[in-house]
Ligand binder design. Sequence first.
Ligand SMILES: NC(=O)c1ccc[n+]([C@@H]2O[C@H](COP(=O)([O-])OP(=O)(O)OC[C@H]3O[C@@H](n4cnc5c(N)ncnc54)[C@H](OP(=O)(O)O)[C@@H]3O)[C@@H](O)[C@H]2O)c1
Length: 324
Amino acid sequence: MKAVSVHKLGLDTPMVVEDLSAPQAGPGQVVVRVRAAGVNPLEISIRSGNHPRSKMMQLPMVCGTDVSGEVEAVGEGVDAIKAGDRVWGRSLTGGYAEKGVLSAAATGILPDSLTFEEGACLPIPLLTAWNALVIKGEAGLGETVLVQGGAGGVGHLAIQLARHMGCRVLATVSSEEKADFCREAGAEEVINYRESNVPERVKEVTAGRGADVVVETAASDNLAGDLELLALNGRIVIVGGGTGKGSEVTISLRPAMSRDARMMGISSANMAPNIPKALLHLRPLLERGDIHPHIGRELPLDEANDSHELVLSGKFLGKVVLNV
Ligand SMILES: NC(=O)c1ccc[n+]([C@@H]2O[C@H](COP(=O)([O-])OP(=O)(O)OC[C@H]3O[C@@H](n4cnc5c(N)ncnc54)[C@H](OP(=O)(O)O)[C@@H]3O)[C@@H](O)[C@H]2O)c1
């Protein structure tokens, strides 16, 4: 099968398109003929060598995780999924490849209304949005949710999910094009973080109360400000430091204490036990179109190196996907 592999860590070393033997399904697993792969900041960070998981990777490795395609074969003990099903999920053998092995319990059925390219936008971004809003943030009906980085892969799905949960949604962006995109996704108020003081603006539009939940995808820039804009008993869910950014921040403890604030980190690596239940809840939302991923750019698998540069540039709306 054709695959894109990392042979050496460091973004200066291009990934390699090569021919590898296809992986086989073990018990509880399925083999998927991948049709599209989502490009996430996670694999770029791992490939860069700066992610804690970089050093644990055995090289060469197939890059990526997120895929969508058709089930080709199922392993022992798999009965909820069968050959031919259209699915989405996280490949255990790497995403940028014609075939991948997925855990059956963590594999979602792709509604007929979604293309494989749209399915490939879902695994890490949508499950992360679910984790942030439902499991960790416990966003409630009528609460105000601020999505920092609203036009990104996680952000645009978090806006849609929060809106579906009956929350009032605010979002931050860097351009008017991204602002329109977030409004279409369901954000009531969009703040250009380059032009406005975000904590002040959040206070203004919430009549001084602040946001109940912050889904923070660029924490290295925003965490200190998040504490200032939080409502009493507010929750900040740290999804990421920001695409291509570091993880060091300086914060003041006082605003956290005065608000009884909760600050939680999340990692997609820890979410496996929660995925089957999340999939049950998310399937009808995807079928009804309450959540609909947006593809900013599609590139062929051979252009995986360019897809990493594109994601790092931030010059796209929603998700970047590879056609496999
Ligand atoms: N913990 C986890 O399990 C998990 C899961 C998924 C993602 N992540 C992390 O979360 C982050 C976002 O992931 P993603 O897939 O959504 O990335 P993405 O698709 O690259 O989107 C990132 C968005 O953040 C915006 N942004 C950059 N700086 C910002 C700032 N200071 N304030 C507000 N927005 C800003 C970017 O747009 P502009 O620059 O144009 O504003 C872009 O729209 C990454 O760091 C990723 O590694 C973590």
